[in-house]
Design a protein. Structure first.
Length: 270
């Protein structure tokens, strides 16, 4: 038996990276999954984003665990699209118990445009988190039970990675996620719905491990100090974040709400 038997988790950004890892981990613990991802490119994002084939692979991996999964392409900036995915997903796998607002982007602003990358990262990483909760929380409210985890970042607690434009927008959005978490926690915790945020350091996913970012660090070696961990690891693995989330959404954490949980190899202690 798993810790999440009989639960349904709604996960954004589920096509690859942390989102796929979360879907697999929660499925291993017995949850069924409603998975969404934009599966297309946002123009201001320099690295390659997820594809429909990536989302299909997440489906394959979850089904290989003998769990049910409903997957749909949806942009977290579009509340109506998320509500449609929730409605259709719940018909397929059942009412949602767990919300993981994971989808995010990290444009670098290499084009020199100081406006659009900032706007895009705020829209996806902050407004998208708000939309995710608003679209899916009615099922939790109806049950008067459930758990929500919002993905922020070490940059949502410290903010050392911005120098204007996209980087500053990323830090601002991730700080904003903490505000959303605390506001949602005050609203929903009295209804037995717990809300927390998770704050990873750099994670070994395509958002971090890609030729564009590797070249940026190579050309600007001092920039790596802003994202350096205390422990002797350059990044953590997606499963490290998934393990922490699986704990937060389980009954093992039944009285934990309103918490900012770093999984950061000591980054925030620097």
């Amino acid at each position: 038996m798993g810790k999440l038997d009989g639960k349904v988790a709604f996960i954004t950004g589920a096509a690859r990276g942390q989102g796929r890892s979360h879907a697999i981990k929660l499925a291993e613990e017995g949850a069924d999954i409603i998975a969404v991802d934009i599966c297309s490119q946002i123009e201001s994002v320099e690295y390659d984003m997820a594809t429909p084939e990536d989302l299909a692979e997440t489906v394959r991996l979850v089904e290989a665990l003998d769990r049910r999964i409903f997957a749909q392409q949806a942009d977290v900036r579009d509340l109506a699209a998320l509500e449609k995915a929730v409605k259709e997903g719940e018909v397929t796998v059942g009412p949602i118990d767990i919300i993981l607002a994971n989808a995010g982007i990290a444009p670098l602003g290499l084009s020199g445009d100081r406006e659009q990358p900032f706007l895009d990262v705020i829209d996806v990483n902050l407004t998208g988190v708000y939309n995710t909760v608003i679209a899916a929380v009615p099922s939790l409210i109806a049950k008067q039970a459930g758990s929500i985890v919002l993905t922020s970042s070490t940059q949502g607690l410290k903010g050392t990675g911005g120098n204007g434009g996209a980087g500053t927008g990323y830090a601002a959005a991730k700080h904003g996620v903490v505000g959303l978490m605390r506001s949602f926690a005050n609203w929903l915790s009295p209804q037995n719905i717990r809300v927390n945020s998770i704050h990873p350091t750099g994670v070994a996913t395509p958002m971090v491990q890609n030729p564009v970012l590797e070249k940026l660090f190579a050309d600007n070696p001092d920039s790596g100090d802003a994202v350096k961990n205390l422990m002797p690891v350059p990044w953590v693995e997606a499963i490290d974040i998934s393990n922490a989330i699986a704990f937060l959404v389980s009954d093992d954490a039944r009285y934990i709400t309103g918490v900012t949980l770093p999984v950061d190899a000591g980054f925030n202690a620097r």
